[in-house]
Design a protein around this ligand. Sequence first.
Ligand code: TA6
Length: 337
Amino acid sequence: MSSSVAGAGEESGAAAPQGPAPVERCKGVNGLEKVVLREVRGSSAEVYLYGGHVTSWKDEHGEELLFVSNKAIFKPPKAIRGGIPICFPQFSNFGHLEPHGFARNKTWTVEADPPPFPVPISSKAYIDLILKPTEEDVKIWPHSFEYRLRIALGPGGDLMLTSRIRNTNADGKSFSFTFAYHTYFSISDISEIRVEGLETLDYLDNLQDRARFTEQGDAIVFESELDRIYLGTPSKIAIIDHEKKRTFVVRKGGLPDAVVWNPWDKKAKAMADFGDDEYKRMVCVEAAAIEKQVTLKPGEEWTGKLELSAVPSSYYSGQLDPDRVIQDSTVPEDSIS
Ligand code: TA6
């Protein structure tokens, strides 16, 4: 059963005669509710209400750009392995909650009314989700909040996620959290990948008790398990796939850190919801706020923005200027602040 939903920016009523509806609600794996976004030029995205979890982002040719494990378990309370898990109110075990918090294990709802602070958006292919704590949640994390998540496809097929988290505590208490968009990118092979834009930065190495190091390389390449939290990172990061002659451009706002992760073979074998060889076809580059917790007083709101685009890139080892690549991308400079 599916229902076409007029684009959140459209008058409600029958879908436009030409092309598919920009927003469609339907059932996904195991009957879980999902929303499909379709942009007029052919790009698309899918988000499950379970976890507010983006599980697909396809370009105008229908090529899948995100990685989801073939062994992903689409069944609460297990988080879906792949796509863009939302890590809130805690990244990893930076706190006393379960790793990566509980937002990815909860069922979100579609925000029916226009949000209190609508934002201008060029495309009609977007959906606003909202998560508020249940009484159960408050027992785990004793705070009231409203977490609004907007998932949108831009005119050039770029994928935009905007998180707005507001402290709604009635007891006058502030709260602090860490956060990440835990993005799994689909790649040709991990040996073909370079991540540029993080050179010379400090990072915490998760494989060495989070000891602090400084990145020496002119790009990050992968020859074994890698799990690092780069600190104070630029707003733009490039992930170059030599084989596919494609560069993912990660642009972020309000998210000073970036996690880079590939589990490699041993860790891959240890994950029941991850194929033994799947580490070769994915890399995580995660826009995050980790080193410095975000602290909100009652009534205050935090915004964390992520913009992903996939641009053709001819590959010159070490000579690729991520800023030049990014400037060539279709993402308007002022679209993320
Ligand atoms: O973002 C990297 C990381 O923190 C790794 O240490 C690994 O634990 C990964 O996240 C996956 O975590 P998950 O809880 O989704 O299995």
